[in-house]
Design a protein around this ligand. Structure first.
Ligand SMILES: Cc1ncc(COP(=O)(O)O)c(C=O)c1O
Length: 375
């Protein structure tokens, strides 16, 4: 179907953060499958874990437990640092947010608060919480009673979140909107308003989670504890896997029979996720992500035609002085560097977390050449 438009390339193989197209040309992949291939392509730890798992047990349905699913739920509990954490596994970010929405209904309340320009997925529930009217408009009617507040505006929270609010869902950094970082204290203010009104606070870490911003989850940099965390993208190390983690009362609202997914949390995807987490730990990747992110932001700000560089870790938005992000994306592709343009003035980079200093330098040099190219 035509929903993705016509792709500019056909990619046939990859290694680390390089990919090769059907005509044999190699590219630096600074989009990482849109913030998904956290260990890059063909990482030996992922290949080993998945190959072993495929040889032992591929899929079992959720009538049965399997060690990889249990181990991953325990691992996530430990990364979240809260023994009350319980996980529901699914296959994607939209599904993780659908589960959060269903959990919120079990509080007995039905109203949802989300934020302008947010992105939570394309299924009807997740789309209903997505604050981008162009994506919503063709599919109305969506689910009712979702209110959008201005992202980053603390003064709007008091008016918008009240004792009828079931859940507030927020991205710690808005990825699809163009890597928009809220002002310091915004997440804490959302937490405070949820505490005062009894609303659940869900953080959508689909794009920001799994070390992408330099901590396991981006919310951990703001000192809050959410009630729900949704994950996907990087979680499966390149395989389809999503998760909805509930803490405290949100951990026990789903009861037997109330939700499910055939493939969710399959042995294969969870084995890949365990390998990805163990590699991030053993190779000190979080620290590297923080350093490379700071370098990228500082150096990016020196480039000609760049208005602002935002983000954290290896989720960076480079805002240009004019609306030529799509053109720059295409010119970078001609120079064999892949990025994308989530809005008309912003280039997003979200490379594999195994990216090296020299890859970042190559990216910056190529971006400078591209920005300076008058053609
Ligand atoms: C913050 C956020 N939430 C949810 C989603 C939807 O994830 P998926 O495409 O896996 O359904 C995305 C995808 O870009 C995202 O960035």
């Amino acid at each position: 179907m035509a929903n993705y438009g016509t792709p500019s390339l056909t990619l046939v193989k990859g290694a680390g953060n390089k990919v090769t197209d059907a005509s044999g040309l190699e590219y630096l992949d600074f989009l990482g499958g849109i913030a998904t291939n956290i260990l890059g392509h063909a990482h030996p730890a992922i290949i080993a874990a998945v190959t072993k798992q495929l040889g032992e047990l591929t899929h079992v349905s959720n009538f049965y437990a399997h060690p990889q699913g249990l181990l991953l739920a325990e691992e996530l509990q430990s990364l979240v640092g809260d023994p009350s954490a319980r996980t529901f596994f699914c296959n994607s970010g939209a599904e993780a947010n659908e589960a959060a929405l269903k959990i919120s209904r079990l509080t007995g309340r039905t109203r949802i608060v989300a934020f302008t320009n947010s992105f939570h997925g394309r299924t009807m529930g997740a789309l209903s919480m997505t604050g981008q009217s162009s994506k919503r408009a063709p599919f109305k009617p969506l689910i009712p009673r979702v209110t959008f507040l201005p992202f980053g505006d603390v003064s709007a929270l008091k008016r918008g979140i009240n004792k009828r609010t079931a859940m507030v869902i927020v991205e710690p950094i808005q990825g699809e909107a163009g890597v928009i970082v809220p002002p310091e204290g915004f997440l804490a203010a959302v937490r405070d308003r949820c505490d005062r009104t009894g609303a659940l606070m869900a953080v959508d870490e689909v794009q920001t989670g799994m070390g992408r911003t330099g901590s396991w989850f981006a919310y951990q940099q703001s000192g809050i504890t959410p009630d729900i965390i949704t994950l996907a993208k990087g979680l499966g190390g390149g395989l389809p896997l999503g998760a909805t983690i509930g803490l405290g009362r949100a951990a026990s609202l789903l009861q037997a029979g109330s939700h499910g997914s055939t493939f969710g949390g399959s042995p294969t995807s969870t084995a890949a996720a365990l390998a990805a987490i163990s590699t991030i730990k053993s190779e000190g990747i979080l620290e590297r992500v923080r350093k490379l992110g700071t370098f990228l932001i500082e150096e990016g700000r020196k480039l000609p035609g760049v208005k602002e560089v935002r983000g954290a870790g290896l989720l960076i938005g480079i805002e240009l002085e004019s609306d030529r992000a799509k053109l720059i994306q295409k010119k970078l592709e001609d120079r064999r560097v892949l990025v994308n343009a989530p809005n008309p003035s912003t280039i997003r980079v979200a490379p594999a977390l195994v990216t090296t200093q020299s890859d970042v330098e190559h990216f910056l040099v190529t971006l400078r050449e591209t920005l300076e190219d008058p053609s």
